[in-house]
Design a protein around this ligand. Structure first.
Ligand SMILES: NC(=O)c1ccc[n+]([C@@H]2O[C@H](COP(=O)([O-])OP(=O)(O)OC[C@H]3O[C@@H](n4cnc5c(N)ncnc54)[C@H](O)[C@@H]3O)[C@@H](O)[C@H]2O)c1
Ligand SMILES: O=C(O)CC[C@@H](O)C(=O)O
Length: 546
């Protein structure tokens, strides 16, 4: 049974989906302290959150059961992404469900700010009929500058055009042609754009580039009386510098839904200014948006846990359930080749190269390389490694993994070769898939053979002469070790040279059994490899150890 922890308010429609999904149980706990979230996560396979729960590195560390985090909403800035990735946890979000509500809130804030709705209503509630103090400004004919032309920025642009406003835009990832199609005058220089607007609204994520994007210097460049709106993230506009610019009279006012610290402390100077209109992070709080994001979050979590599909992931490539069904066997092959090389090599790996041939070259090779890296690092690291964190962990250890695709015809319709380069030289293996389900190890260095790629493998190198195989078989039998399959590869395809044999064993041989094999004078080396059993759930996506 997979357990999904939910620590923030989630619409009942989302809860219903999870509760009705066989194999999933819901652990609904609101108002937890950070430490309580950390403890509750020990027993959770997934967690769904909104913006209140903060998932810090301390909370995410050592959570071996946790596999997925789903953010019911857009911003993942309350989740420490490097920490989640390092722990091998997939982070997914629901990017589109609250776009309309957030755009509508932005327009509502702009209108309310321009017409002094909040202070006028408040005064009237206090019994004062004041018509003089609240003369507003009309929006029609004014210019609005939009920073960030993604889903919400564009939705705001369309609505502003409906209000007969002129729309200016800045987004380094938007083409001039696409902006023109939308009726937006695109600027390549934000500093030029901000001198031309009457309203400025920001719709970017909070990132190192966007933190304090609008501060004292840019506020000073704007026209006197400009009104500023932030329904994206606190910190994109510097709060203290905005407060000063409003107090000085240069900036006409601001409408803010988001704050650097949430809940924002009552002594935030912006809350005290009459020219500032504030809401407590409400832009996405509509029945419609909350139902959409909750349903999507629940479906994403259920799809991940039950069908292993990865949708809207922010720390790995997405995989649909159809792709996953197709890729599974390849991820398995990549992981097992990595495990084989990690156990064959005792010295430090500096780099690795994967070559994909035939059908393998047509798959999402990056994911297969990540599965290979997970296998390669599995025996070396105490951490759990999977396709989410393998690339990061390999990179941190200076291990470079490169890929090449080959159209060269090989003996097999699909094949993956992997070579690791170590301080002592190189070692390579190749694997293939028979009948779309059986994995085979078909080469170890210069030896071509055909061994099962699962369970316990006994490898021994020997001089290829009569009687060796028989005596090794007898030694195994005497020590109660059953041989399920045997493969031998010869250096030159003729007797007398070096050969490599791989025995697939039904049970783990004792130290005495290994010593008996090693005692054969023709045997030059013996090594035991341990791979996951065929058909076992593999750790390329979850955080189980190999
Ligand atoms: N207040 C709320 O309740 C609420 C609700 C939903 C979303 N949001 C926030 O709104 C913001 C936008 O959401 P979205 O769904 O439109 O995201 P999005 O990813 O669709 O759009 C973000 C846009 O910002 C642009 N961008 C990135 N860096 C930039 C920079 N330095 N300068 C200019 N543009 C830059 C990107 O190119 C992209 O087009 C996010 O911060 C999100 O968290 C807030
Ligand atoms: O959970 C919320 O209501 C806020 C969501 C919003 O900040 C988002 O980024 O989607």
């Amino acid at each position: 049974m997979y357990r999904v922890l939910i620590t923030d308010n989630l619409s009942p429609a989302g809860l219903k989906i999870l509760k009705e999904t066989p194999g999933i149980e819901v652990d609904l706990r609101k108002g937890l302290t950070p430490d309580e979230v950390r403890v509750a996560l020990h027993e959770a396979d997934g967690i769904i959150i909104r913006s209140e729960t903060k998932l810090t590195p301390e909370i995410l560390k050592d959570q071996p059961r946790l596999k997925a985090i789903v953010r019911a909403g857009v911003g993942t800035d309350n989740i420490n992404l490097p920490a989640a990735t390092r722990e091998g946890v997939v982070v997914m979000n629901t990017p589109a469900g609250n776009t309309t509500s957030t755009a509508e809130h932005t327009i509502a804030m702009m209108m309310a700010l321009s017409r002094n709705i909040a202070p006028a209503a408040s005064k009237l509630r206090d019994g004062v009929w004041d018509r003089k103090s609240f003369t507003g400004t009309q929006l029609a004919g004014k210019s609005i500058a939009i920073v960030g032309l993604g889903r919400i920025g564009l939705a705001v642009a369309r609505r502003a055009m409906g209000l007969e406003m002129k729309v200016l835009g800045f987004d380094p990832f938007m083409s001039v042609e696409r902006a023109a199609e939308q009726g937006i005058e695109l600027y390549r220089d934000i500093d030029e754009m901000i001198t031309k607007c009457d309203y400025l609204t920001v719709h970017t994520p909070l990132s190192p580039e966007t933190t304090n994007l609008i501060g004292a210097e840019r506020l000073a460049k704007m026209k006197k009386g400009v009104r500023i709106i932030n329904c994206a993230r606190g910190g994109i506009i510097n709060e203290a510098e905005l407060a000063q610019a409003i107090e000085s009279g240069h900036i006409g006012g601001a409408a803010l839904d988001v704050f650097v610290k949430e809940p924002t402390p009552p002594d935030n100077p912006l809350l005290k200014l009459p020219q500032v209109l504030c809401t407590p992070h409400l832009a996405a709080s509509t029945d419609e948006a909350q139902e959409l994001v909750a349903v999507e979050a629940a479906e994403i979590m259920a799809g991940f846990l039950v069908r292993h599909e990865v949708r809207h992931a922010v720390n790995m490539a997405p995989i649909s359930s159809a792709e996953m069904a197709d890729m599974r066997i390849y991820l398995d092959l990549g992981l097992r080749l990595g495990v084989v090389l990690s156990q064959l090599n005792k010295s430090g790996v500096r780099s690795a190269k994967l070559t994909f041939r035939g059908e393998a070259a047509t798959k999402k090779t990056k994911l297969i390389s990540n599965a290979f890296a997970a296998g390669l690092l599995s025996s070396a690291l105490a951490e759990n490694v999977n396709i989410v964190n393998a690339e990061m962990l390999a990179h941190e250890r200076g291990i470079q993994i490169t890929e090449s695709l080959s159209s060269e015809v090989s003996d097999f319709s699909t094949m993956i070769s992997a070579t690791v380069y170590t301080d002592e030289g190189e070692c390579s293996v190749a694997g293939t898939i028979f009948g779309r389900q059986f994995l085979r190890l078909v080469r170890v260095n210069q030896f071509h053979l055909d061994a099962y790629l699962d369970g316990t493998l006994l490898l021994y190198r020997h001089i290829d002469r009569p009687g060796v195989i028989g005596t090794i078989g007898t030694a195994c039998g005497q020590h109660n070790v059953n041989i399920a399959h045997m493969a031998v590869g010869r250096e030159r395809n003729e007797p007398g040279g070096e050969a490599l044999a791989i025995l697939n064993l039904d049970n783990e041989p004792s130290a005495e059994a290994l010593a008996a094999v090693q005692a054969n004078p023709a045997v030059t080396s013996v090594q035991l490899l341990r791979l996951p059993k065929a058909g076992n759930p593999l750790p390329w996506l979850t955080t189980q150890s190999v």
